[in-house]
Design a protein around this ligand. Structure first.
Ligand SMILES: Cc1cc2nc3c(=O)[nH]c(=O)nc-3n(C[C@H](O)[C@H](O)[C@H](O)COP(=O)(O)OP(=O)(O)OC[C@H]3O[C@@H](n4cnc5c(N)ncnc54)[C@H](O)[C@@H]3O)c2cc1C
Length: 524
């Protein structure tokens, strides 16, 4: 510690982003001299949705030392092996975007290139037959692979689906055990330092003043500090992603929870379906240019599999990102830093990424601009990769059944995405660049799933013996199939690890559900 060391971190907001940040700070800034304070307002509340995740969340949990079984029990969570897309490429079609890789590369050649050549020679199954996660998902099976698993079990990648409010509560308990101080109250003002415009303190309605050296703005869409106080600016991406509304509603389960999220495209909106242990999370995402709120709600309610257990909740958003997530001594995380619709369950990951980058680039009171600029560049890359990947789902469609799909099919797209599509269409090439989140499997799954079919494959594939490739493909396919058959059902795995799927009769987004506290003190 020296005179420049950050001593007071103030987190503004106690939604998913605020408590994730608080939990991480309690673990990584537990140095004896950094104090962490979180301010939240029950009166304002949280968004309360955000229930499906992607595999890197496992790293976040491990970073915090969280025991996975305990975590799943505490959040009424389920496992997730990928996302099933229904009606996206065309009406009546479905495909699966799995976690983990498609197949094994051979002699340095990507699996999907082998698959593309083989598909020119004979009729082949969908590429998802070469994904451990996809094959297990198609059978409703799941088991957690051991750390030293080998092919094909090692290819079973997974994430979680959980109750957002229970997740925030779980992290709150973790953070408070780690020394984070929580203050309840509504922030009504923030003071800026005269010499450099840094935020000095926030003031609550009660008059209490909370001072800090570094502020993490997790105040949601409004961006209390990053925007309302510092006027950082917002890049609006509505021209590529026109959706600006969502309606969420939980419902009863119609059967045992499956280990997948489903995204079903309707004529002018799409609907999510996220199975948890005790209920189904549902919602529609739509553009107010193409669909009214009443009609969207009617579509949502008429497409539920079982009866709703709360009133629908309407949400508005503008897709885009804050021009800089880190401005002065304020770092925005979560909805205050940007939002891309939940089609690929990426928002919680963006919080995790911001936390990891902040820890890696943690400043001192001098706030070296190179740390801020590096953080901002990496976050921009990440946001743009997510944006382009989501735009792909809308653009690559053959649907002509509504003004909405005609708009999406014919709209301009970002240059980088157009280049990705052109590269894939020519010879199936996909490259991961910069701080991209989505890898080859993801791009291949969605492009093939939505009919962007390469005209050719890489010439390097022709250096490999045709018979050897055909045999290897068949061996892999059988290995995934037989392994999946031997796995327990997802429901049995949940039961065996102590999660008790018990239907909850009523639910509201603000319900204070009991039973989330971990049994042990520090996580295992
Ligand atoms: C429709 C929809 C579906 C989504 N689905 C997914 C998904 O499946 N997967 C995923 O990863 N993400 C999803 N997300 C995103 C996810 O919900 C958010 O990323 C996550 O909840 C983080 O929100 P937050 O904490 O930034 O904001 P919020 O939940 O809005 O929290 C803001 C906090 O700031 C506090 N606050 C605000 N103003 C003040 C003030 N003046 N004084 C004191 N406190 C204040 C509030 O009380 C609250 O505690 C979805 C989002 C939407 C809109």
């Amino acid at each position: 510690m020296n005179e420049h060391t950050i001593e007071d971190i103030v987190i503004v907001g106690g939604g998913t982003a605020g408590w994730m940040a608080a939990a991480a700070m309690s673990r990584f800034m537990n140095n004896g001299y950094t104090r962490v304070t979180l301010v939240e307002s029950e009166e304002i509340g949280t968004v309360g949705v955000g229930e499906a995740t992607i595999p890197p969340i496992i790293t976040f949990n491990r970073m915090l030392g969280i025991n996975e079984d305990e975590f799943i029990r505490a959040t009424n969570g389920t496992y997730k092996l990928g996302i099933e897309f229904v009606n996206w490429g065309g009406l009546g079609e479905r495909y699966f975007h799995p976690f983990g890789a498609h197949g094994e590369d051979l002699s340095g050649v990507h699996f999907h290139q082998l698959y593309l050549r083989e598909r020119k020679r004979r009729v082949l199954q969908d590429i998802s037959a070469w994904s451990m996660s996809a094959v297990a998902a198609s059978m409703g099976k799941f088991a957690r692979p051991p750390g030293d698993a080998r092919f094909p079990v090692k290819d079973l990648y997974y994430a979680f689906q959980f109750d957002a409010s229970l997740y925030a509560k779980y992290l709150r308990a973790y953070a408070e055990r780690g020394g984070v101080r929580r203050i309840e109250g509504k922030i009504t003002d923030a003071a800026l330092r005269a010499e450099d415009g840094h935020v000095e303190s926030v003031t609550l309605a009660s008059g209490q003043v909370i001072q800090g050296d570094l502020f993490i703005d997790c105040s949601g869409f409004r961006g209390l500090l990053i925007e309302e106080k510092l006027g950082t600016g917002y890049e609006d991406w509505t021209r590529w992603l026109p959706a600006d509304r969502a309606i969420a509603v939980p419902s009863k389960l119609a059967g045992p929870p499956e280990p997948i999220t489903r995204a079903t495209a309707h004529a002018s909106c799409w609907q999510w379906r996220i199975p948890l242990q005790h209920r189904m999370g549902n919602g529609v995402v739509y553009s107010s240019q193409f669909l009214g709120d009443e009609e969207a709600e009617r579509i949502l309610l008429s497409n539920l599999e079982a009866e709703p257990i709360a009133d629908p909740k309407r949400l508005r958003f503008t897709t885009g990102r804050r021009k800089a997530s880190w401005n002065k001594n304020v770092i925005a995380m979560g909805l205050s830093s940007g939002f891309v619709e939940p089609l690929e369950s990426t928002s919680i990951h963006m919080v995790q990424a911001a936390i990891a980058k902040l820890i890696a680039l943690f400043p001192d009171k001098r706030f070296n601009p190179v740390e801020r600029d590096t953080f901002n560049e990496q976050m921009r890359d990440l946001y743009e990769d997510v944006r382009d990947f989501i735009v792909l789902h809308y653009k690559a469609t053959a649907r002509t059944d509504s003004d909405f799909w005609n708009h999406c099919r014919t709209m301009e797209i970002p240059d980088g995405l157009q280049r990705k599509i052109d590269l894939f269409r020519a010879k199936g090439r996909v490259f991961r660049e910069g701080y991209d989140l989505f890898g080859i499997t993801s791009w291949v799954a969605v492009m093939l799933g939505q009919h962007i079919v390469p005209e050719d494959y890489e010439p390097a594939v022709d250096a490999l013996d045709e018979r050897r490739v055909a045999e290897a493909l068949e061996e892999m396919r059988l290995a995934y199939l037989q392994t999946a058959e031997a796995l327990p059902s997802h429901a049995d795995f949940l039961a065996a690890t102590g999660a008790a799927p018990a239907p909850v009769p009523t639910f509201s987004f603000d319900d204070d559900l009991p039973g989330f506290m971990p049994a042990s003190g520090q996580p295992a």
